[in-house]
Design a protein. Structure first.
Length: 326
């Protein structure tokens, strides 16, 4: 392949990548709709509301009938549902949680207006978003920098640190420092998320290590092609399907579920749990991030073993020193 042929091939490859990125980022955003969205229904007219919602929007909601308003509030606080419709004593009232997903809270508010028949329906935000970021725009914008920084950190470690052991140290250092600094910016300065600073820093640090460690770990085991594999996985699949600006149940399936199995989606869910729900619903995202961090350590461990064997082989191949007679 001559220079011109190579240039044409690279241009076509870049155009294909551009098209894939447009699909990955634009397609989910243009197909936002509830799909088995968990909400609760309480009160004496719960069965009627359940039948109405099921008939009007089949497959849109995963409805759970709870005994009363207190149970509905508890379900929201435990992240079992995104909101609740409470009946009895007049027009139905809607309980929402913009801290879980402002986009869902907005949709549920519209449903409450339709059911009450009044433009100003009774809606209570049980778990509100941060007052400095009420629409969640800042929270949604936080996901991409975390992923991009993790990828960049992994690439730099791969290119500039020659040993796997050094890459392990670098990835751990990046995770600790990145977690602390990212929360200085997003929480203490921009006030995007409330909650405990150290807990949120640990979450951000785990995300940073998982992404950077996976990038450099794959590169260590399979070569520089591993950088592309990891970066494309995190960017083309992980970020657009992270549901950082919406909710997994609003995305096309199974991609909404797949996104929660990758670091960007797990990170968004875990930060919401820690910041707004006192850790409720954190178990799944924590396990996902720990699994990715463990994968990174395994891959880097393979690299450390390889480096050790190469060092031993090089030492064994050196000729033995010849004694010098007096």
């Amino acid at each position: 392949m001559n220079v011109i042929q190579r240039a044409v091939a690279l241009g076509l490859g870049a155009a294909l990548l551009q098209a894939l990125m447009l699909i990955a980022f634009a397609w989910p955003a243009t197909n936002i709709a509830p799909r088995d969205l968990p909400i609760a229904v309480a009160g004496p007219q719960a069965a009627m509301v359940e039948a109405r919602l099921t008939g009007q929007s089949p497959g849109a909601f995963d409805l759970t009938v709870v005994p009363d308003e207190a149970a509905a509030r508890e379900a929201i606080g435990d992240r079992e549902v995104y909101g609740a419709i409470v009946t009895g004593g007049g027009a139905p009232r809607m309980l929402v949680a913009s801290g879980a997903a402002p986009a869902v809270a907005q949709q549920l508010t519209q449903i409450g207006q339709q059911m009450s028949g009044a433009p100003a329906a009774q809606v209570e935000d049980v778990v509100p978003a941060d007052p400095d970021d009420p629409r969640g725009a800042g929270f949604g914008a936080m996901a991409l920098p975390l992923v991009m920084a993790g990828i960049a950190g992994g690439v730099l470690l791969t290119l500039l640190v020659p040993t796997a052991a050094g890459r392990v140290v670098g990835a751990i250092t990046f995770g600790i420092a990145g977690g602390l600094l990212s929360m200085v910016v997003t929480q203490l300065w921009l006030s995007i998320v409330p909650g405990d600073y150290l807990q949120l820093s640990m979450v951000a640090g785990l995300v940073s290590f998982a992404v950077a460690g996976t990038v450099t770990g794959l590169a260590t085991v399979v070569g520089r092609a591993g950088i592309g594999i990891a970066a494309l996985t995190m960017l083309l699949i992980g970020n657009p399907f992270s549901a950082a600006t919406s909710a997994p149940e609003l995305l096309p399936q199974p991609w909404g579920t797949v996104g929660q199995l990758l670091p960007p989606g797990a990170a968004a869910s875990l930060i919401r749990s820690v910041a707004f729900f006192d850790g409720a619903g954190a178990r799944g995202p924590v396990l996902v991030l720990l699994a990715w961090a463990a994968l990174a350590l395994v891959l880097l461990g393979v690299g450390v073993t390889r480096d050790s064997r190469r060092t031993e082989s090089a030492a064994a191949a050196e000729p033995a020193p010849v004694p010098v007679s007096a």
